[in-house]
Design a protein around this ligand. Structure first.
Ligand SMILES: [Zn+2]
Ligand SMILES: [Zn+2]
Length: 219
């Protein structure tokens, strides 16, 4: 018998190897947090809309909302994928349909928890464990593509820290990075776009402590 997710040979009977089981568990545990992070980014963007900021040249930039964040948080996104898996799992175990309801954040948490509580059975016995592991892996990757910086191999150049105001008017402060081959940089946090015409404005608007962020490729 091989692991249904990574196809490595298993020591004994089972469906998932220890590594894939652990990975599935960690991703399920992290998805509720990812859901909240996506919402935070979305809220900052919404609150900023209509604000008058101190950096006009930046405020004139178009503001493409992170489509990915919206899609993942909407019906059909994280909540639907996880609840679908939990329903399928419970049916496979001969259990009834799980209770689903309340705010999306709670539904995401409940569905992830329900799957984790059956993790031992999933890894040992469920024929769909491989598909579940791959599905959750893909979902987690889509979330992290929005909430976390790109991996080092394709790391985008750091231009500075986002000066777009939101809410109380204080700057967003997210990393503004320029991806390879792109002409428009973007804030990783609020999604504010910085076309090349705004880069000088961004540079001069940086707080004094700009050098603190490690990557520092823009220096
Ligand atoms: Zn495996
Ligand atoms: Zn920002």
């Amino acid at each position: 018998m091989n692991c249904l997710a990574c196809t490595h040979p298993l020591d004994g009977p089972g469906r998932l190897c220890p590594g894939c089981t652990r990975g599935l568990d960690e991703r399920l545990a992290d998805l509720p947090r990812q859901y909240l992070l996506l919402g935070l980014a979305e809220n900052l963007q919404r609150r900023r809309t209509g604000d008058r900021g101190p950096v006009a040249v930046v405020r004139d930039a178009p503001m493409p909302l992170s489509e990915a964040a919206l899609t993942l948080r909407a019906e059909g996104g994280i909540v639907t994928v996880l609840e679908g898996w939990r329903r399928q799992m419970q049916a496979a175990r001969g259990w009834g349909v799980p209770a689903e309801g309340g705010p999306y954040a709670r539904r995401v948490r409940d569905a992830a928890r329900g799957l984790r509580m059956s993790l031992e059975w999933i890894a040992a016995e469920w024929d769909d464990a491989g598909e579940l592991a791959h599905g959750v892996q893909g979902l987690a990757a889509r979330c992290r593509a929005v909430t976390e910086p790109a991996d080092p191999a394709q790391r985008a150049r750091l231009l500075g820290y986002c000066v777009a105001p939101y809410g109380d008017g204080s700057p967003c402060g997210g990393e503004v990075r320029l991806s390879h081959g792109e002409k428009v940089a973007g804030c990783r946090w609020c999604g504010c776009a910085y076309p090349s015409a705004t880069w000088l404005g961004l540079h001069t608007a940086q707080p004094e402590h700009t050098g603190a962020a490690g990557a520092g490729a823009a220096a």
